[in-house]
Design a protein around this ligand. Sequence first.
Ligand code: UD1
Length: 431
Amino acid sequence: MESVKTKKIMIVVGARPNFMKAAPIIAAIRDHNDRVAGSPSRTRSNQAQIAFQCVLVHTGQHYDAAMSDQFFADLRIPKPDVHLGVGGGSHAAQTAEIMKRFEEALEREKPDLLIVVGDVNSTLACALVAAKISYDTSGSRPLIAHVEAGLRSFDRGMPEEINRIVTDHLANLLFVTEESGIRNLRQEGVEDHKIHFVGNTMIDSLLAFKDQARRSPILSALGLRAGDGLSESDSGIAPYALLTLHRPSNVDERESFLNILEGLNELASFCPIIFPVHPRTRNKIADFGFEGFFHRQEGAVNSSKRAPNETNGRIWLIDPLGYIDFLCLMEHAAVVVTDSGGIQEETTCLGVPCVTVRENTERPVTIEVGTNVLAGTSASGIRNATRQQLESKRDAAVPKAWDGKSAERILDVICGELLKQEERLLALVSE
Ligand code: UD1
């Protein structure tokens, strides 16, 4: 590949919601390299003057097989090149540990560009290290790209909001998923030339794996398919609700968690609620003695012989699911009740009614054009929002540029920036 420059891109993942955001970028890098390798030098476009070496770093913020390994398999993400093995801890301890271990990896690998995604502690920790590192005496360091920049809940009680704000102000390239992000960044004084509206890489993953998800055996495994003894809709799938809850503000305090469970009582009395439970929430259920609200399925889901109408109005607790199975359950749900950020976006794209158990959202487009409503966290708020969502048929639209091509757009911008950087370096050398 004569005259092709190789640039090193490092991508960081750490926690579950990172994996589906990073996977399409890793795939786009591979496709780009294939195109460069296959194009004769005479006909090479500007973009094809660069090939990439991709270094994938897993911080280990999430470490259970169900929270991490399963997503690598489902999303066909290659094995990480570097695993920092950090694990859990308080915010400070976890962030500090990631920073210490990531600094060593960065010094060793010296990438030209670092990509961080989303708003988890790993995102902030690695961006902060990269913003201060010096590879040499001239102080050179990687460009920092933040994917999913500009989202704001305006609630600094959320650890993710702090992570978003700091990461955005450290980044050189800010890749924005929705137009609110552009407004927020401008209001905070971020220069326009750094902001790139590219759409949503999480939706790239959703569109890439939707067909495969439709073939998932999870509905039958849970007894939700025709012939499972439940009243069925036209699709042959029983009406059911899907629940996820893991925000510290919702599950870490007994009263808050209890309110939410009471808000779900009515729904549980006539509709099976499937609840793949996050480890944090599972621990809290045990701590608070809330087991009585739940029907617990022991062992693997696919060993189930039980239809969910045998749960006697209790929420049906199952282990966390992989990406493909969860996507399948989301697409066919009558309603999704959640406090997750990403699920608000995924349900919008699927046209599935979503009830968000939070007072605010950093993803307003899911409410403006999508299928999401904010329920707040009171029992009555959740009850009313769920009723409203089950009764109303909203005409929802898919937000602008959520079209499966976001990772390609990101790579185009990155190519352009690295080419400019290369030209500046050449100009300096020839001075
Ligand atoms: C993190 C993210 C949150 C994201 C969520 C998705 C931050 C600040 N928060 O929250 O934005 O929505 O991931 O899951 O980064 N645990 C396990 N096994 C695991 C992972 C976690 O047992 O594989 C348990 C540990 O007890 C841990 C607790 O869950 O202490 C919380 O995990 P942590 O990574 O601190 O935060 P999340 O609540 O998962």
